[in-house]
Design a protein around this ligand. Structure first.
Ligand code: NAD
Ligand code: UDP
Length: 339
């Protein structure tokens, strides 16, 4: 296969699963990560799963010189850009830091790609760009209404990519708007590994299941949803990883860009998640209703037709698969000795 694939932020949750999907499809892959939100031991675990060494370079996407060295040393056909900070709460406290890392990182990376003549990039965007959408399931044409600095950093990044593509047809961008990634690899060796108390539902539920946190706090039971709790479109991280493979293959074979939602098209409530996780771990997980979380959206759900028609992408895994693989990951992790 001509040229390698660079995964910027490839040691993280979605990047590590995408690494496995790309290697399985025959790509030669390099991980580039500064480990601000991941651990270098991820690469050892990826090597264990694949039975082959992993090429990983430690560095920051805001470091032009490091990127130039990387592109000089490797023939890179395309980049998948995961490297970003993703906490909504932290972005509100530190908007400048988020702009610097997420927008500044993208611009520095694009400039290095331009110098190296590599003009194919898959970008991790988010359903958060829709804010509170008028329509659910939400189409890609919905208005941009992000409600926090993290979401706005994703909109700005998308705009940079659109302007660049309009200025020079040599660039091809796959912009992927993820809905709610969940679950883990069946090996139990990689998964979501939040450094602090998780803000997101699924890792929080996992911590309750494993006994590290006493009970789940359900933020709001008075939403206009079937059971009153917030509804999200949870997508298995392995389905999401396959979406990146299809996006890359499309960019490399057609030279044309695309912007698509990656979700299942099915909404699941907080209580659905608690039920599915309780079934996966074999115990009824305790929960308590609390007030709505400020800024929360009642329902997020993807319109999925475009990803299907442009990429041939459809999800294969269920909420039960997400909970079972997450449970396997958190229970396996308890036995891993980690530095
Ligand atoms: P993650 O934090 O697990 O992975 C991101 C990786 O990027 C980490 O390994 C981190 O160390 C690295 N990184 C961050 N800044 C860097 C920098 N300046 N230079 C080099 N490496 C850097 O997050 P994730 O869940 O895998 O998310 C990947 C991407 O998907 C992010 O862009 C995120 O905004 C986006 N996204 C995530 C979700 C989600 O719920 N997980 C939803 C929508 C979009
Ligand atoms: N949620 C919850 N308790 C938690 C974390 C989240 O009830 O500890 C709810 C939240 O209000 C939302 C859903 O779970 O309705 C998904 O939240 P998450 O933060 O995982 O995703 P996002 O809101 O960013 O889509």
């Amino acid at each position: 296969m001509a040229g390698k694939i660079l995964l910027a932020g490839g040691a993280g949750y979605i990047g590590s699963h995408t690494y496995l999907a790309l290697v399985a499809a025959g790509f030669e892959v390099i991980i580039f990560d500064n480990f601000v939100n991941s651990h270098p031991s991820v690469t050892e675990r990826l090597a264990e799963i694949n039975g082959a060494p992993v090429t990983c370079v430690t560095g920051d996407v805001r470091d032009s010189a490091a990127l130039d060295r990387l592109f000089a040393q490797h023939d890179i056909a395309a980049v998948v850009h995961f490297a970003a900070l993703k906490s909504v709460a932290d972005s509100v406290k530190d908007p400048l830091g988020y702009l610097d890392n997420n927008l500044g990182g993208l611009v520095t990376l694009l400039a290095a790609m331009d110098r190296a003549g590599c003009r194919n990039l898959v970008f991790s965007s988010s359903a958060t760009v829709y804010g509170i959408p008028d329509e659910t399931p939400t189409p890609e044409t919905a208005e941009h209404r992000a409600m926090n600095p993290y979401g706005r950093s994703k909109i700005m990044c998308e705009e940079v990519l659109e302007e660049l593509a309009a200025a020079d047809a040599g660039w091809a961008f796959g912009i992927l708007r993820y809905f709610n990634p969940a679950g883990a690899h069946p090996s139990g060796l990689i998964g979501e590994d939040p450094k602090d108390v998780p803000n997101n539902l699924m890792p929080f539920v996992a911590k309750v299941a494993i006994g590290e946190i006493a009970q789940i706090k359900v933020f709001g039971n008075d939403y206009p949803t079937p059971d009153g709790t917030g509804v999200r479109d949870y997508i298995h991280v392995e389905d999401l990883a396959r979406g990146h493979l299809l996006s890359l293959q499309s960019l490399l074979s057609t030279g044309q860009g695309h912007l698509v939602n990656l979700g299942t098209g099915k909404g699941q409530s907080v209580l659905d998640v608690i039920d599915a996780y309780s079934a996966a771990c074999g115990q009824d997980l305790p929960f308590v209703f609390e007030a709505r979380r400020p800024g929360d959206v009642p329902i997020y759900c993807a319109q999925t037709d475009l990803a299907k028609s442009v990429l041939g992408f459809e999800t294969e895994k269920s909420l039960a698969d997400m909970c079972e693989s997450s449970w396997h990951w958190v229970t396996s992790q308890a036995h891993l000795t980690r530095p």
